[in-house]
Design a binder for this molecule. Sequence first.
Ligand code: OAD
Length: 231
Amino acid sequence: MQRIVILTGAGISAESGVPTFRGPDGLWEGHRVEDVATPEAFRRDPVLVQRFYDLRREALGRVKPNAAHKALARLDAEWPGELLLVTQNVDDLHERAGSTRMLHMHGQLKSALCPACDGRFRWEAPLSGETRCPACSAPDTLRPDIVWFGEMPYHMDEIDRALLCADLFISIGTSGNVYPAAGFVDLARHAGARCLELNLDPSMTSGRFHESRLGKAGDLVPELVETLLAG
Ligand code: OAD
């Protein structure tokens, strides 16, 4: 049975109404990355950074998983072999669709991190305003549990191990601009996996895949899952 590793990016949540990062309506169009997505930005202007992520956390209440998230959850439930879904997304749409064998490599909006004690806590409320760490009681230290530029993504050992054993690597809805995720195709391909990309537009890494299919995740992912489960 084939061992599958799937990488998802912002494109898989686009049809749910979550903005992607790059492109004309992307999140990074209205904000400079260095103003909201670096540890330096948080030290310089914590209120601005907390508000940016508070708004995005609050917006999760208005969106739902789409056909692509649901198809991957079905694959997770029905695939008898090893499977790992690695998402760069900080939304919770994969788990709300039902995926369980998954990792958030860039953190999660609904999680808070205390730099004083390294505690991580499920968090749904705004983080701007007064907060206290539930574990060490430090006042006003909690930050979004999001991997910012210059920080180390989560679960890299586990992800690397899965990529090195994969028979099939599938990348969905990511522009291939941000490493280490953009390098997963090279690792998987080098280890002998077949590499397939599903994306709306050609990505920065399209040429490194065996095959690239262009189109919307909501169309392409259910089709692919159907084919995989049909054997
Ligand atoms: P990007 O915004 O860079 O890329 C989204 C990709 O999705 C683009 O290549 C689009 O063509 C594609 N896309 C858009 N709509 C789609 C649809 N309906 N179906 C399929 N594809 C679609 O987002 P990411 O590659 O995920 O990191 O960005 C990677 C990282 O950069 C993010 O995790 C974030 C950001 O800075 C951090 O915040 C740490």
